[in-house]
Design a protein around this ligand. Structure first.
Ligand code: CTP
Length: 421
């Protein structure tokens, strides 16, 4: 048993019964300092957080830091406050256990049911959703032992977030970075909101496009649109929370990468098409939440287009871009194809009439329809939609967060996948 002198026992009386109870486990890696940011987000948003570091984590960030940020005493071993039986009680009473960073060693112990300190005991007694956010060097992440442990944990329903790629400790780069703490936080909030974890997309591979494409006019100008990418990012994050392997093709989005999601960046509709078609091959579902520019200049000027001395404006000739959604629906590289339609009603029909016609024209399975009369939706936090099915079904999704809409979309996709598998 570890007996790191980490401080006083956790006091039951300090628990707030009405706040979601989170155990934040921290294992021994340099990314332990990033868990401070995660802890801050939890506490500032009203969660009741107990930090359980391993003794190795305390070599990186000391107990006083965790105690000050969480407002609670911190223990790493099972010998503090034994009368309260913390090695069992913490896991039993938690609504969520998240470990960030999770080292290869911690995951090996969790996969094999070892329990030699407070954190591993907590993992063994937890009956709530468990999220592990690994961080380690690429070699460790790719080692067959780690690969097998991650597979075991995922198979049991633990959410193991894919590490991000980038700079690691020292000079090397590769896969193994802890995802952005803000993204781990968002993922945890989603897992908490869904209550009992239903990783109904585990084993599924999905592709989501997001953002708005830009078509270059000259070295400084482009044709584009106002899509923020928020709905696509919410879809990617929600699918990852439900266990899917997610590729997000992002066109000119400035949001941070969602945790556990492979992000491919593109600029133009042609690049978006190539990336989506390639990622969609053999996928279970593809959701086209991006707003591709429908037209592009017939030629990109290699020099900046100058103002004419006589005040005349240049004429820019455009050609049509391919319709990626229609192509996906016709070629069917993925089993379920979902499109979006930003519609306004006009003299030829209502929003829903036009959307039904678009569903038939595009040939997709589901069409998520936003009424954009009045300029709603773009960049907004909330969304309101109707999901039309090619089987004639209509689901109205009341105004709510883009995350809530994302989950309803995945509910419909999961239904279709289970019908056809
Ligand atoms: N879409 C696409 N490729 C394009 C344009 C749009 O894949 N070149 C996809 C979008 O990602 C979205 C759906 O098609 O999922 C609907 O986009 P929308 O712009 O509403 O459709 P349009 O075909 O442009 O229809 P409209 O005639 O209303 O302009």
């Amino acid at each position: 048993m570890s007996s790191h002198p980490a401080g006083a026992p956790v006091d039951e009386a300090e628990r707030a019964p009405d706040r979601p109870r989170v155990v934040l486990g921290v294992s021994g890696g340099i990314a332990a300092y990033k868990a401070c940011e995660l802890l801050r987000r939890f506490t500032e948003s009203g969660h009741d957080v107990t930090v359980v570091p391993t003794s190795a984590a305390l070599e990186f960030v000391g107990a006083p830091t965790w105690a000050a940020l969480s407002g609670k005493p911190v223990a790493a071993d099972v010998w503090s406050g034994v009368h309260e039986v913390p090695h069992v009680r913490l896991g039993q009473s938690a609504d969520l256990v998240v470990v960030a960073p999770a080292t290869a060693d911690l995951m090996a112990k969790a996969a094999h049911g070892l329990a030699d300190d407070l954190l591993t005991n907590t993992l063994l007694t937890a009956r709530c959703p468990v999220v592990l956010a690994p961080a380690m060097h690429t070699e460790m992440w790719e080692h067959p032992a780690t690969v097998a442990n991650v597979a075991t944990l995922r198979q049991r329903g633990t959410v193991v977030v894919e590490p991000a790629e980038g700079r690691l400790t020292g000079a090397d780069t590769g896969k193994g970075r802890l995802p952005d703490p803000a993204e781990i936080f968002d993922l945890c909030v989603e897992v908490l909101a869904r209550g009992a974890l239903t990783p109904d997309l585990r084993g599924r591979r999905v592709v989501v496009s997001a953002g708005g494409t830009r078509e270059r006019l000259d070295p400084v100008r482009f044709l584009g649109n106002r899509s923020s990418g928020r709905q696509g990012y919410a879809l990617a994050r929600a699918a990852a929370a439900r266990g899917a392997e997610v590729t997000l093709v992002a066109a000119n989005v400035t949001l941070p990468d969602p945790a556990g999601v492979k992000v491919e960046r593109v600029e133009t509709t042609a690049e978006l098409r190539a990336a989506v078609l390639s990622a969609a091959t053999g996928a279970d579902a593809v959701v086209m939440a991006a707003a591709p520019a429908d037209f592009r200049p017939t030629g990109e000027s290699t020099v900046k287009i100058k103002k004419a001395a006589d005040g005349s404006a240049p004429t820019i000739e455009l050609e049509q871009n391919p319709d990626i959604l229609a192509e996906l629906a016709a070629a069917r590289p993925a089993r379920v194809v979902v499109g979006f339609a930003a519609e306004t009603g006009d003299s030829t029909g209502s929003v829903l009439d036009l959307a039904r016609a678009k569903l038939a024209r595009k040939g997709c399975d589901l069409l998520v329809v936003n009424d954009v009369g009045g300029g709603a939706v773009f960049g907004a936090e909330d969304n309101e939609a109707v999901i039309l099915g090619d089987d004639g079904s209509t689901s109205e999704v009341p105004r709510g967060s883009k995350t809530a809409l994302a989950h309803v979309i995945w509910d419909r996709v999961a239904e279709r996948l289970s019908r056809s598998s």
